[in-house]
Structures are given as structure tokens and as C-alpha cells.
Write a protein that binds this ligand. Structure first.
Ligand SMILES: NC(=O)c1ccc[n+]([C@@H]2O[C@H](COP(=O)([O-])OP(=O)(O)OC[C@H]3O[C@@H](n4cnc5c(N)ncnc54)[C@H](OP(=O)(O)O)[C@@H]3O)[C@@H](O)[C@H]2O)c1
Length: 275
């Protein structure tokens, strides 16, 4: 419902990953649209956030930290309208070169971080019998990216998670949607962990591919565009299961991926990344 129309009700949102990039842009856009926003992250949020943005220090890899943040919100608010899970990070390297504990840590942030937030807020959403959940996935969750296997795996996992979630919470009038961004210019590229041992058999190919990927990211869309899109999305009557946002060419590629044989899409990616 449009914020102006819904005058009796203060809208409250909790946004993870709100200290940088997409989460910060979403938090700012929601605050500008009138939401009372609780923005979570490990680092402080920048100082230029609107007055109705409250920073909540949170590490999504810790059950206790996420639960405490949810408790903090409910110590100040009697309801929650919206949960946005945008916290995430990237590990890149060859499948063979990345130790399992590092692969697990990727899943811990990007997948279990979402699980922790959803589990912490669902009881309240269920009791109030309404609310919306937005999960930030990725185009890399629709198509495996070379040398980002564990990142892609974490985002593919979220696709299934959101589909299952939608069935379970529908009876409680809770909606969920996975938003799949293409390339946006954020802190993600700088924060990415690159694992490439000196003797890696993949070094040259890895460097070529990651060069293309990082070029695309650093020439990506302004994250505020995503923020505005999310405000529009949560104001709509029904949340779709998924939407793709970002550069037109990338949104088109996701659409094409659905209708052409896998082999054709692979050939396109091989040409694009010179593999
Ligand atoms: N940028 C893109 O092109 C792109 C494309 C597709 C999908 N995405 C997705 O968009 C989301 C946001 O990424 P971004 O591009 O905005 O990158 P970013 O600028 O690096 O922001 C990442 C955010 O995640 C938070 N975060 C990371 N680890 C965390 C942890 N353990 N606990 C709590 N918060 C944590 C960071 O906060 P702290 O460091 O303060 O903890 C930061 O606020 C991610 O899920 C990413 O996968 C981005």
C-alpha cells in the first residue's frame, strides 16, 4: 500500500547489509519513503543516513548477534513490516583451490546469514499475520559464474529457500521475494576475497575471468536505483517470487537463459569470458 494512503500505521523495516552498497541504498530509500529503518552491519553506517535510520551492530554469521538485533528492534517497536536481507560477500577462485572451510564461510554469510535473519523475525511476522521479506540474491544464483562457484552456490541456495518459504508463510499473510541484482557499483568488488595459490593450475584463466567480472561490477548501476526499485516493489499489492534488477543486457541474459538450451548459454558465456 502507498505510504501516503496508509497514514495510521508506522512502517518499520529491518535491513541487513545496511552499512554499504545495495543494503545501504535500500535502507536510505526506505527511510526517505517514510519507513522507520533499522540498518544492520558489522561496521558503522555512514553519517549521511536519514534521521529515521537506526544502526544496529550485527554479524549475520552469529545466531546470538542476529537474535539480539531482532530483540532490540522489538524493544522499540510493536511490529515489523519488512525484512530485507542484503548482507553478503564474495569469494572467488577455482573450485579446486578453495578450501572447504572457506567455502563454508561463504555459505555462512550469504545463505545461513539469511536463514538467521528470517528465523529471528518470522515469529513476530507470523503473530501479527502480515509482513514482507525481501532477500537479495544475484543473477549468479540463476546461472553459475566461472570462478565464483561457492558464491553462485550460496545464491542458488537462496532461490530454493525463497520458493519454499513462500509456500510456508502464505497462510500467515507473509510474502517473500528474491531480488536478483546484476552488476551494481558497490563495495562488493573491493571486499571480494580472491583465493589463488601461487601454483594454481587456473591462475591465468582466473585472472582473465575475474578481470572481466570486476570491470562489469565497477561499471555497474548506481545502487540508489536498486533502493528506489525496492521501495516500489514493497509498495506493490503482491510480491512476485523473483525479480531481476540491473543492466538491461544482464536482465535479458537471465530471460534468455530460461528459454534456450543450457549448451547454447554455456557457449555464450565461454565467448564472453574467452574460456
Ligand atoms: N554489487 C553487485 O553487483 C551485486 C550483484 C548481485 C548481488 N549482490 C548482492 O547484494 C548484496 C549486497 O552487496 P553489495 O554489492 O552492496 O556489497 P557491499 O557494498 O560490500 O555491502 C555488503 C554488505 O554486507 C554486509 N556484510 C557482509 N558480511 C557481513 C556479516 N558477516 N554480518 C553482517 N553484515 C555483513 C556488509 O556490512 P559490514 O561489512 O559492515 O558487516 C555490507 O553492509 C550481497 O548479498 C551481494 O551478494 C551484489
Amino acid at each position: 500500500m502507498d505510504m501516503e494512503q496508509d497514514t495510521h500505521h508506522k512502517k518499520v523495516a529491518f535491513v541487513t547489509g545496511a552499512t554499504s552498497g545495495l543494503g545501504l541504498a535500500i535502507a536510505k530509500s526506505l527511510a526517505n519513503a517514510g519507513y522507520t529503518v533499522y540498518g544492520a552491519g558489522r561496521r558503522q553506517a555512514p553519517s549521511d543516513v536519514p534521521a529515521n535510520f537506526t544502526y544496529v551492530q550485527t554479524d549475520v554469521t552469529s545466531d546470538e548477534s542476529v537474535r539480539k538485533s531482532a530483540d532490540y528492534v522489538f524493544s522499540r517497536e510493536d511490529h515489523i513490516d519488512l525484512l530485507v536481507c542484503a548482507a553478503g560477500s564474495g569469494i572467488s577462485g577455482a573450485i579446486e583451490d578453495i578450501p572447504v572451510d572457506q567455502a563454508e564461510s561463504q555459505l555462512d554469510v550469504n545463505f545461513f546469514g539469511v536463514v538467521r535473519a528470517v528465523q529471528s523475525f518470522l515469529p513476530a511476522l507470523r503473530q501479527q499475520r502480515r509482513g514482507k521479506i525481501i532477500i537479495i540474491g544475484s543473477i549468479a544464483g540463476r546461472t553459475g559464474m566461472p570462478f565464483q562457484a561457492y558464491y553462485s552456490a550460496s545464491k542458488f541456495a537462496l532461490e530454493g529457500f525463497v520458493e519454499s518459504l513462500r509456500y510456508e508463510v502464505r497462510a500467515f499473510n507473509i510474502e517473500a521475494c528474491i531480488v536478483e541484482p546484476g552488476d551494481f557499483k558497490t563495495g562488493f568488488t573491493g571486499a571480494r576475497q580472491k583465493i589463488v595459490p601461487d601454483k594454481s593450475a587456473y591462475r591465468d584463466t582466473f585472472e582473465k575471468v575475474i578481470g572481466v567480472q570486476e570491470h562489469d561490477e565497477t561499471h555497474g548501476v548506481d545502487p540508489m536505483v536498486a533502493g528506489e526499485k525496492i521501495v516500489q516493489l514493497v509498495g506493490s499489492r503482491r510480491l512476485p517470487a523473483r525479480i531481476t534488477i540491473g543492466p538491461l543486457f544482464e536482465r535479458f541474459a537471465v530471460w534468455v537463459r530460461r528459454i534456450i538450451p543450457d549448451g547454447w548459454f554455456e557457449a555464450f558465456y565461454r565467448i564472453y569470458y574467452k574460456l
